[in-house]
Design a protein around this ligand. Structure first.
Ligand SMILES: Nc1ncnc2c1ncn2[C@@H]1O[C@H](COP(=O)(O)OP(=O)(O)OP(=O)(O)O)[C@@H](O)[C@H]1O
Ligand SMILES: Nc1ncnc2c1ncn2[C@@H]1O[C@H](COP(=O)(O)OP(=O)(O)OP(=O)(O)O)[C@@H](O)[C@H]1O
Ligand SMILES: [Mg+2]
Ligand SMILES: [Mg+2]
Lengths: 165, 157, 157, 165
């Protein structure tokens, strides 16, 4: 499975539609404090189904929707899409290219889509379940979270091994 | 199942020792089942001995030593069960020059098989990039992505 | 007593706004009593508005923004009740170049009245040093202190 | 009150007697990971009376005593002394120079001294109590602890203001 692109709109500080194109190898993301780098990592967590608002540094689900700036109004919806190359067939779905999309509205409603077909959150979970991708597998490590791998209780650390097994 | 776990545990043990020695340029490690009688549920303890130092409780390790040890464990899990991609957000922040160099080398190696997305302020890590994105906030509160020419990193140094 | 607390609270409020604007080159702050009716016991909320951005929950701030905001509050407390010395251990780690420059300037200013002991890996912070100690571990496991010539910092850049 | 020097022996990685001379202004402490920089900060906290072993990254009181290396044996005692210039009279004691000393033995015993005269831990506390110095006043900020000032509950933050008042 290879990441192809991430599209972000209305998600946190990404008010305008932004496209991140991925290549193989090392992709560095740089910029000043508060520019939005960790928000990109949050967008990836979120589109893969993260439900723990604290893992996204929020207090409620709507905190991920662009809340406005001094010059711009808030928007009503956040949308993130992740497109992957599935020619290896690693994802249990019969497409060589897969796009997962998640939307959140101020009303509290959510939408989930796989290749533009509406689905449930759990369909996205199950799609990526055996790929080793995600926060709990420690393949997505949020800012300051690396140390937690060591401060975790032995029982919590066990979950990582079970995941890898 | 017990057999599968045991196999995974032994593999991670071996990879952890290997990764730790790459990142610390030496040293020994142990992964120990808290309750060996109860393999299906037992927690896992991490014991390390930094090169030249005596084995100590992880708590007494320095900030940089803890992050590098955690990275070794994460890379070990990645070796045993590779993930198609990895996102690391400013993991290199507490590392000194020598350690960040070794860390960046390991990142580059994993990048041969997995996409490594690395958020960083560190020049040594940036030097390993195949592509680099700059996130800017020209308009206050609004994030914007720009491609950064990799030759620009060489100029920064 | 209520009168003393009120006076201190107002002073810290004012200093926090001032320090925040120095470190962020702009922006607004609020310190709010959670329970204004119960001044003798009320907790204190911190609200900030970064330049050009909308006021937000502190949780949504970036890693660097949080540390700089916390530093502004610490400096504010130092202004209201000066401490003869201050020890800061790698507080500048998550700061970008522009922020660490402003942070180092404030450190230098406080150093006129208090001794500022700063543990750091950052060149901009090192440049403000009146004296610099290097901690080395030539013999593994054994720390040793050496004086570092300040001209050496200029060479590092 | 001006710090003059810190003497460390047998404390954590400072197996050999080490003297840190302070000047006015900015004193930078630099060096590789694990070299002992934070241990210096711990030594200052400890000699001023820190009793919370977790604030010193330990699990028991004896964790601060040099535990040996591959080439050296552990030692039986940790000792730290802090000497301050008290010509301003800020410390409530009739000396223009004050040295506080703390010792810890493997047996679990402790010794405290002010200008070489044995005293109790609380005498050291009370000596520095009104100076604004210390971890709770946030004038000594340990590695990674800065963020805690913001993540503290509003009630905990209140304690800082009471301290300053
Ligand atoms: N819902 C939202 N609407 C608008 N802005 C938001 C929203 N959520 C977060 N932000 C803003 O995004 C910024 C934080 O971005 P982010 O954490 O990605 O920064 P960063 O580039 O990782 O910085 P650092 O280098 O300090 O870690 C904050 O200034 C915050 O105010
Ligand atoms: N009681 C002890 N005996 C011997 N060594 C000890 C003892 N306690 C701690 N150490 C060692 O001290 C080292 C940590 O030192 P310290 O935390 O001061 O490093 P540092 O210079 O702050 O590094 P960093 O830049 O990574 O924060 C560890 O390697 C640890 O093993
Ligand atoms: Mg960040
Ligand atoms: Mg340290």
């Amino acid at each position: 499975m290879i990441l192809k692109k991430l599209e972000i709109q209305g998600f946190k500080s990404f008010a305008d539609r932004t496209e991140v194109l991925f290549t193989p190898g090392v992709i560095a993301v740089v910029g000043p404090n508060g520019s939005g780098k960790s928000n990109i990592s949050d967008a990836i967590l979120w589109v893969l189904g993260e439900q723990n608002v604290r893992a996204l540094r929020g207090q409620k689900a709507q905190d991920v929707i662009f809340a406005g700036s001094t010059k711009r109004k808030p928007v009503g919806m956040a949308e993130v899409s992740l497109t992957v190359d599935n020619s290896s067939g690693k994802l249990p779905i019969n497409y060589s290219e897969v796009t997962v999309t998640r939307r959140a509205y101020r009303s509290g409603e959510s939408e989930f889509l796989i290749n533009k077909t509406p689905c449930r959150l759990r369909d996205i979970y199950e799609l990526f379940m055996d790929t080793g991708v995600g926060r709990e597998a420690y393949s997505i490590v949020s800012q300051g979270e690396m140390d937690a791998l060591l401060s975790a209780k032995p029982e919590d650390r066990r979950a990582l091994f079970d995941e890898a097994a | 199942t017990r057999g599968v776990f045991e196999e995974t545990f032994e593999a991670v043990k071996k990879s952890f020792a290997e990764m730790f020695q790459r990142l610390f340029d030496g040293g020994k490690t142990e992964l120990v089942l808290v309750d060996p009688e109860n393999m299906l549920e037992s927690g896992i303890d991490v014991l390390v001995e930094l090169p030249g130092k005596k084995r100590q409780n992880l708590l007494l390790l320095s900030g940089g030593e803890r992050v590098l040890t955690a990275a070794a464990l994460m890379f070990a899990l990645m070796m045993v069960r590779p993930s198609p991609f990895c996102v690391l957000d400013e993991v290199d922040a507490p590392l000194d020059e020598a350690n960040v160099e070794r860390f960046a080398d390991v990142i580059q190696e994993f990048a041969e098989k997995s996409q490594m997305i690395v958020i960083t302020h560190n020049k040594s890590t940036m030097e390993k990039a195949d592509i680099m994105y700059g996130v800017t906030m020209q308009e206050p509160g609004i994030s914007k992505l720009v491609s950064v020419k990799l030759s620009a990193v060489a100029e920064m140094n």
